[in-house]
Design a protein around this ligand. Structure first.
Ligand code: BGC
Length: 523
């Protein structure tokens, strides 16, 4: 059975305990780590379409933009400009590997702190930039910050949350990403109006605000019981678990944590270990999920919305406004997944969101083709442009309740403790690598593929939707340290996991083999 899962029989298996205020607060604070990533995604597109910024750093692009009859698809095609946007992602890619060690050896919160501090310095450098070198070095520091935050925050959230609310609390991270994007877009809208021409400086320097939030926040966060135990503090771990679950009755969950950390102690080299056959399922997901997330094409909209809307013939101000609209849709649609993810599950959201994105991309591609054809010249009427924006919004909504949040949630919850930080940094680095590729290639792709770019991404969404249908088991409500049971009972992945590879606190192996209903096994 494709997607066969255990322990998701409507909350059939869960540990005792409730959602405590304490856990809610710690998760809200940790999730603010998403703000820095989001702010950054949202700020670059607007800044790179501001004339004073282009004049100062990329005069050639500015000149091309002025030439009235330039091909619409090609007017922004410039390597240096793309390097500005994408240098951050390469830095994040490399940083996430270092973050894995900090997260494992010192604990999750220290990675968040490093992330916040580095981002803060990057923001200062960018705001004060005098030349392209300062801009790019600043962006590299921002990237290191993002690498550390994205590596540690999702894991932290997934470990703190009670199993039945893990999706909801983890998606706080994606919600903060979308709020960061929206805030950045609103700020760009305002700073673009500054007549004296220093608006771009304000936009870039304000990145210090989200950085300060996560930096201060992380100082107050406790570490997760999973990490405390793994690092040899059993009493603290037990106390923390009682505190976050709000009950004395933590025996079963604690037993699972102990089993997980005993397993972890035997693993000296997580990086070598992750390649073992028994982790093939999780490793595949840690590579394919972020790869597919970027191949949805979402960042074409996120980075380049103002540029894209200008290409479509909107005036500068109107195009920033349209990207504010997509930003709002992004935030509100994320809330939909927060509410539904632990009820309907991850798979249904993936499949529904995917289908919606495919339809919208085909429509947008066709609308643009009809208007600009392949020559790329022509003017777009207001009503027509509005229809394009509506479909782009529906596409963004589809992403925002599927691949957006789940691209961070699923990889953070599927790995066993011993290789969880390593698995998450693979997720981050693959994500950043393909974010980099898209950021680097988009303007050139638009120039060559033209409207076909939308068909290109639609094709990828078809492939990833089939992939999910066949290979991703449902993970909702499954306790994080029992996740191996889900893979053990999946029609495809079970071949890769032997009985002796399954170590959980209780005697759950039999039920996994029985086809996965925990109710019977627990009774
Ligand atoms: C993705 C980003 C994207 C954002 C949009 C995130 O989950 O990783 O690449 O820009 O969602 O909201």
């Amino acid at each position: 059975m494709a997607g066969g899962a255990i322990v998701n029989t409507g909350g059939g298996k869960d540990y005792p305990g409730k959602l405590t205020l304490f856990v809610l607060l710690t998760c809200v604070v940790a999730a603010t780590g998403g703000l820095i990533f989001g702010y950054d995604i949202g700020i670059s597109g607007g800044v790179t379409s501001m004339d004073p910024f282009l004049k100062k750093f990329f005069p050639e692009v500015f000149r091309k933009k002025q030439e009235a009859k330039t091909n619409q698809y090609c007017k922004y095609d410039n390597q240096l400009l793309q390097t500005f946007t994408s240098s951050l992602y390469l830095a994040a890619l490399v940083a996430s590997f270092f973050a894995a060690t900090v997260t494992r050896v010192l604990g999750r919160k220290w990675s968040m702190l490093v992330g916040g501090l580095t981002f803060l310095v990057g923001a200062a450098l960018n705001g004060a930039a005098q030349n392209v070198a300062m801009l790019i070095i600043g962006r590299i520091l921002l990237g290191i910050g993002v690498g550390f935050a994205n590596q540690s925050v999702p894991v932290y959230l997934s470990e703190m949350a009670p199993a039945r609310l893990r999706g909801t609390l983890n998606i706080g991270f994606q919600l903060m990403i979308t709020i960061g994007i929206l805030a950045a877009e609103l700020i760009n809208y305002g700073t673009n109006k500054i007549k004296a021409g220093y608006g771009w400086r304000v936009s870039l320097a304000l990145a210090a605000v989200p950085a300060a939030i996560i930096t201060l926040g992380s100082l107050f966060l406790p570490d997760t019981p999973n990490s405390l135990l793994e690092r040899g503090h059993p009493e603290e771990a037990r106390r923390m678990l009682r505190r976050i679950r709000g009950t004395e009755d933590i025996g079963e969950e604690y037993a699972d944590l102990v089993a997980a950390s005993e397993e972890a102690w035997q693993v000296q080299h997580p990086w070598r270990n992750i390649l073992k056959r028994r982790y093939r399922a999780q490793l595949t997901m840690a590579v394919m999920i972020p790869f597919f997330q970027q191949l949805t094409g979402i960042n074409v909209i996120m980075f380049y919305a103002p540029v894209l809307f200008e290409t479509l013939g909107f005036k500068n101000d109107a195009s920033l406004m349209s990207s504010v609209i997509t930003g709002l849709v992004n935030v509100f649609a994320t809330v939909v997944s927060i509410v539904t993810v632990d009820r309907v599950g991850r798979r249904k959201l993936f499949l529904q969101g995917g289908a919606q994105m495919i339809v919208c991309q085909l429509v947008v591609g066709t609308l643009i083709a009809a208007k600009f054809g392949t020559s790329g010249t022509g003017d777009i009427a207001r009503g027509y442009a509005a229809v394009v924006v509506v479909f782009i919004c529906a596409y963004v909504a589809g992403f925002a309740w599927s691949w957006g949040p789940l691209g961070w949630l699923v990889p953070s919850e599927i790995f066993p403790l011993e290789i969880r930080p390593a698995g998450q940094s693979i997720n981050v680095s693959v994500n950043m690598f393909f974010t980099f590729c898209i950021a680097q290639a988009f303007l050139t792709m638009l120039c060559h593929f033209k409207f076909g770019l939308f068909y290109f991404f639609a094709g990828w969404v078809v492939i990833m939707t089939v992939f999910i249908a066949l290979f991703l088991p449902e993970t909702k409500n499954v306790p994080i340290e029992e996740m191996v049971l889900v893979w053990r009972s999946h029609w495809f992945w079970k071949k890769f996991i032997a009985d002796e590879d399954v170590h959980v606190g209780g005697n759950h192996l039999q039920m996994a083999k029985n086809g996965g209903d925990t109710k019977g096994a627990d009774a």
